[in-house]
Design a protein around this ligand. Structure first.
Ligand code: PLP
Length: 404
């Protein structure tokens, strides 16, 4: 292998995925250049582990030395997270949304408890299926009743199930998330049986930071957690937020030497930078993401792409959903093969039928640019190769990040 193989790959990836593709993945985004630069800062070489406890019979504050600045950036990132999300406690250590979920769940349950979440069939996160997180931490997993026609919970049935099954934890939030949840009836049912209400905001953390979608901690969630790199345009990682002192204590108690050791402080510095940017540009960015979803949904639908939920305004988030059956009838392709066809034209979508507007918003696209994008999408969907035109449209935006 050439000694420059990995550096060459980096350049090839950047040229292709950043300069030549339009990314419509709802689970990806682009950090600002500043947040990206911080990922290769010296923090990537360092540790800081605040212990403040007896270790081998002697009191120890921190297992490491030379930690002054590293410890300080974590404190500052937490401070910004509290400010941006309007909450009392923030933890920026989780290495990913999945680890954030494990920390929130382990901090609020004991072995043998029941957890209810949205089924994978309706876009719920796969990690909450019995064989994944619940099996690892010894929980019994159940599913919340869902109304597919509204892409939302069946609230009456869900509240009744919570009262009947008395779970220890109920989790709202999903990987395929189009509309906010009506949280009060779920919160009331949880309160009635002493259940903790968690909100997995992995997909919508950037919208929530900008005041869009919903305010889970104001609407009844005990803990809000998730990824930091989907609608929140930060580095890949996780975050956990709460207003409860006891829950924060339990969360902290499940970090060092339980679910975590090294927290990747370069990532934390980069996340801090992202939160600083969101404090200023978050509301404009989040508003534009939702506007772009609604408009792109309309433009695609008008061109025959089967986007669902027109009657509900298509979406209140960064996601649109294609109807699999209609897609097959129109293009004679499975969603998987359809995504491959789109990739041949440098339009990157996922293989479950979701289309995301967070990254196109990040690079500066507004409603007025979306008819052209929809034309290209529809042409590529019909089997025409439009790679060159996609690249030309992408280049109009020229890495001009408006929201930083
Ligand atoms: C709802 C939800 N929760 C958790 C995760 C896991 O996040 P991560 O990939 O950051 O570990 C995902 C990932 O897509 C997700 O969609």
């Amino acid at each position: 292998m050439k000694s420059t193989y990995f550096l060459d790959s980096m350049r090839a990836q950047e040229k292709w995925r950043i300069e030549e593709c339009i990314n419509l993945m709802p689970s990806e985004n682009q950090t600002s250049p500043q947040a990206r630069a911080l990922l290769s800062a010296d923090f990537v070489n360092r540790y800081t582990l605040t212990v403040n406890a007896e270790y081998a019979g002697e009191y120890m504050e921190n297992s490491y030395r030379g930690t002054r600045i590293t410890t300080e950036i974590e404190r500052k990132a937490e401070e910004l997270a509290r400010e941006v999300y309007g909450c009392k406690y923030a933890c920026v250590e989780p290495l990913s949304g999945h680890i954030a979920a494990m920390i929130a769940i382990v901090s609020t349950t004991s072995r043998g408890d029941k957890v209810l979440a949205i089924s994978e069939e309706f876009g719920g996160y796969d990690g909450y299926a019995q064989k994944y997180i619940p099996d690892i931490v010894g929980l019994r997993a159940g599913k919340l009743p869902f109304e597919a026609s509204k892409w939302n919970l069946d609230y009456e049935a869900a509240a009744a199930q919570i009262r009947r099954q008395k779970p220890k934890v109920v989790i709202l939030g999903a990987s395929l998330i189009l509309f906010p949840y009506d949280m009060p009836p779920i919160k009331e049912a949880c309160d009635g049986v002493g259940a903790t209400l968690l909100y997995d905001g992995s997909h919508v953390m950037g919208l929530i930071a900008g005041g869009e979608f919903q305010k889970p901690l104001r609407q009844g969630a005990d803990i809000l957690y998730g990824s930091t790199h989907k609608t929140l345009p930060g580095p890949q990682g996780g975050i956990v937020l709460t207003d409860s002192k006891e829950m924060d204590k339990a969360i902290r108690g499940n970090l060092t030497w339980r679910l975590m050791d090294n927290a990747h402080w370069n990532r934390i510095a980069s996340l801090g930078q992202t939160l600083l940017e969101m404090r200023r540009f978050g509301p404009a960015y989040a508003r534009q993401v939702v506007r772009n979803s609604k408009r792109l949904g309309k433009e695609l639908k008008e061109r025959g792409v089967p986007i669902m939920f027109e009657e509900l305004g298509f979406s209140e988030s960064h996601q649109l959903l294609m109807d699999r059956r209609a897609l097959k009838a129109r293009y004679h392709l499975t969603v998987n093969d359809f995504a491959n066809r789109m990739e041949r034209s440098n339009l990157i979508i996922d293989a479950v039928g979701r289309i995301g507007t967070c990254e196109l918003t990040r690079i500066g696209m507004k409603e007025k640019h979306l008819p052209e994008l929809a034309d290209l999408f529809a042409a590529a969907a019909g089997g025409k190769a439009v790679k060159k035109q996609v690249k030309a449209l992408r280049n109009q935006f020229d890495m001009d990040f408006r929201y930083r």
